[in-house]
Ligand binder design. Structure first.
Ligand code: SF4
Length: 217
């Protein structure tokens, strides 16, 4: 008997709205879904990302990835600068929290509530997030945010899953090289950029993703 998969597909799931933080984190998950006959629709919903230039790079890579596979790709609605201002309001007072702290909890909830709302609007009964593939993140915080977001929407269910399992972490790293994806070196917001040793005005931004330690969003 073969080894049982650690990825458990919710009953009745043949289509999922996949909140994608970035192309590298999406790649192995999307491949797995397609191999298991589950249709992914990618939702690029990351108003947390700063500066705008970084947002555009990650966005374009995610779109390129989806287009290469012929997958539907949706972007968070509205002007990115305004969306980031709204996100800043949502995390107000938590600026000095460390990563994996309360600001990140709020950030996960913010993005997953928007994802649940989009799933409802698009008539896709399940949603999941690539955030749950990152070794830099707290999986319990992500799952709690996903479950809370599902409660706020109607007829949608959060697919809580550790997406590092079944060799997906290793496959992610292979696909990163195969696609030649841009690979960021900080999580996304200005506070994580600052923690990564750069200025909040992004002055040495030219080096981000091209030098130093690479990491998942
Ligand atoms: S560090 Fe990452 S998860 Fe935490 S608030 Fe910033 S962008 Fe969001």
């Amino acid at each position: 008997m073969g080894k049982q998969s650690a990825i458990i597909v919710p009953e009745g799931c043949s289509r999922v709205l996949l909140h994608a933080c970035c192309a590298p984190c999406s790649s192995a998950i999307v491949e797995w879904l397609l191999a298991h006959r589950i249709e992914p629709v990618i939702y690029y919903c990351n108003p947390n990302i700063y500066p705008r230039e970084e947002y555009e790079i990650r966005r374009n890579e995610s779109k390129r990835h989806a287009e290469s596979l012929g997958i539907k790709w949706i972007e968070y609605e509205g002007d990115p600068a305004k969306a980031h201002e709204e996100w800043l309001q949502a995390v107000k007072g938590l600026e000095n929290e460390p990563e994996r702290g309360k600001r990140c909890e709020r950030c996960f909830l913010y993005r997953l509530q928007a994802t649940a709302a989009m799933a409802q609007e698009a008539g896709i009964p399940f949603f999941a997030t690539t955030l749950a593939s990152s070794r830099w993140k707290n999986l319990e915080q992500i799952n709690a945010a996903g479950e809370a977001a599902a409660l706020k929407a109607q007829d949608v269910q959060f697919w809580a899953q550790n997406w590092r399992k079944d060799g997906l972490q290793e496959r992610r790293n292979q696909l990163l090289k195969e696609y030649g994806f841009y690979n960021q070196t900080y999580c996304g917001c200005e506070f994580s950029l600052s923690a990564a040793g750069r200025n909040n005005d992004g002055t040495d931004y030219a080096h981000v993703g091209t030098t130093g330690e690479t990491r998942e969003a």
